[in-house]
Design a protein around this ligand. Sequence first.
Ligand code: NCN
Ligand code: DMD
Length: 360
Amino acid sequence: MTVDLDALVARIDLPDDDARAAAAERQSRLTKPTGALGRLEELSLWLCAAQGVCPPRPLERVRVIVLAGDHGIARTAGTSAYPPEVTAQMVLNFLAGGAAVNVLARQNGATVRVVDVAVDVDWTELGASVPDDVVRDKVRRGSGSIDREDAMTREEAEAAFALGVRIADDEVDAGADLLIPGDMGIGNTTPAAVITGLYTNQDAASVVGRGTGIDDATWMRKTAAVRDAMRRGRAVKGDPMALLTTVGGADIAAMTGLLLGAAARRTPVLLDGVVSCAAALVAQRVSFRAREWWLAGHRSTEPSAAAALDRLRLEPIVDYGLRLGEGTGALVALPVLVAAGATLREMATFDEAGVSDREA
Ligand SMILES: O=C(O)c1ccc[n+]([C@@H]2O[C@H](COP(=O)([O-])O)[C@@H](O)[C@H]2O)c1
Ligand SMILES: Cc1cc2nc[nH]c2cc1C
């Protein structure tokens, strides 16, 4: 399968400026001192622009899409604190509803979909029964060890990317009004650091973090691996699909497609952690308009997440020291976005409530 990036980019428009202006005007008439709801006001304007309507509609079908994939680098260079088997085991935990993302989704009335993009497992051999819609579109078993080999073939990268676009389409067709990209993959903070290092022009040591909680010796191995991978990826920086092929991963390619697919369908996205921020950097290289459809849920403690958010010029809603992924940081931020929409929609205006506005 090949991807027509030009056709996808042509479908990505900007959010609705008229709805944004109407939201700003309505904010000015609500019963509160001008600007007193602080950043909630800005978020409410963003929501109206993304929905193309003022006041904004309540968010009724928030979907978290957890894209799962393994990374050869975790095995060959040992860049994680946890063994690669955890990726498959956590997929089963998501399906059973026992992971943090499940809990936070339930708290917020959101639902979770899990997709095995590149988990290094044969579910039958493992003796696990996994629904067909989770495994149907699997691209490969684990992505390559990017310090020494490509993450995948160009065809696989395009298939993974197309899968992400298709997931966005399916979810929007099914009524999703906000998408949250979640990730699960032992080792995935390594390609995220490589991508971010390359796109923010920083050296390996500045973008490598502690991931799942690695010690100093592991951090040094991880930094060496990131440096090697950055050397491999530098030449193809100008071609986002080639970058994903060379130093990304099938899950990250799918997430890049998901972010662009959502923008093409005029559907807002709440970004999560380090992997979604790296995918957003790649997606922004494909379409600068796409970024206008995304909000940063939180700032992960990983240095590459902060670097990517700076480059994207996205100010995260919360900064709570989270470093889990799965979509959890975005779900912690979701109530703030919901509050922003509700206040703009439901507060009385000065006229309606008979409250005196400020002196002209
Ligand atoms: O998104 C984050 O902030 C984040 C920071 C550190 C680790 N993670 C999660 O932990 C795994 C990757 O960490 P690591 O150390 O194996 O590269 C992967 O499953 C991520 O979802 C996620
Ligand atoms: C247990 C565990 C859960 C996770 N969820 C996302 N990344 C993870 C990494 C580990 C190790």
